[in-house]
Design a protein around this ligand. Sequence first.
Ligand SMILES: NC(=O)C1=CN([C@@H]2O[C@H](COP(=O)(O)OP(=O)(O)OC[C@H]3O[C@@H](n4cnc5c(N)ncnc54)[C@H](OP(=O)(O)O)[C@@H]3O)[C@@H](O)[C@H]2O)C=CC1
Ligand SMILES: CC(C)(CO)C(=O)C(=O)O
Length: 307
Amino acid sequence: MRILIAGAGATGGAFGTRLVEAGRDVTFLVRPARAQRLRSNGLRFIAPETDRTNQVQVLTAAELADLDEDRRAFDLVIVAVKATALETVIADVRPAVGAQTLILPFLNGMAHIDRLEAEFPGQVLGGLVKIVATVRDDSVVQMTDMAVMTIGHLGGGEVSTEVRTALDVPGYRLQVLDSIVDALWEKWIFIATAGVVTCLFRAPVGPIIAAGGEPHVRTVIDELEAVATVAGHPVGAKAHDQTMSILTEPGSSFTSSLYRDVTAGVPSEIEHILGHLQVTAADLGVATPLLDLTLVQLRAGEIVRTS
Ligand SMILES: NC(=O)C1=CN([C@@H]2O[C@H](COP(=O)(O)OP(=O)(O)OC[C@H]3O[C@@H](n4cnc5c(N)ncnc54)[C@H](OP(=O)(O)O)[C@@H]3O)[C@@H](O)[C@H]2O)C=CC1
Ligand SMILES: CC(C)(CO)C(=O)C(=O)O
């Protein structure tokens, strides 16, 4: 199975490394500057138990488009970029998508699913990854031992044995679900809740709790979980308890990736994760006052950042 991974960043680089090391036929689709560095230096992967570098196959969008037709089509295209790069990547991967190609996005949120389905109808799998990773000095750094890839058929059908076998490799846990849409909602609500809490109160969880924020954190959790309930994808008791414990733990240094991007002043997934949830809640008739407030604050910050 030929696998193309769009993005050799935190998620693409971490899961991609494990696939490469298991001998899978993996090519990374990256932008020209990164392609040059990957070709010269390889892909360095640092995780709690390891620091190693692999030589990897790399293509840029222009090189992909120039390949002969029989080399161009891939069996599986993993989309591992931030939402801000989604439109470019949709155009870039198109030459790699044949009639049988499947697309597996790793993005947080849900808006990209409809977008990808509109472009590649019937060819999109549901996917999410649980990992805490980043890119530091061009190296992919996995910060904790947690590494889980969850996939499923969006229409409730079976994921093929070929795809399961290709993705089931050492170094992370592969989970194949019948109810991937529920899982996507669960993750979306968690990421959005963590985003609202940390961005609204502008701090990691520990200082927020120390400042007396716990009742407000609970209100955010209730507010956003209510959207999932009305949408018909209620957050399960286990996920709710996990959210509660992560976001109310005294002394915790936990932050959301949204908070890290916003405070670093780099483009972030504000609209993809929070903006889309606001629109979805409004369509469902669910009031989201704290989400609305957070979005005003974040959008105002974006106006300042980009002006
Ligand atoms: N990081 C994490 O721990 C987790 C992230 N997620 C989600 O996964 C998704 C991906 O995030 P993450 O992996 O962290 O993001 P990163 O920013 O670490 O990686 C994305 C990579 O995409 C590359 N890129 C940007 N545009 C293009 C393009 N047009 N073609 C090819 N590559 C491109 C960038 O490379 P360059 O700039 O070098 O060209 C960058 O390295 C997000 O939706 C995120 O919310 C989910 C769970 C955990
Ligand atoms: C919370 C976490 C690290 C879990 O995977 C995540 O997805 C994110 O911050 O984007």
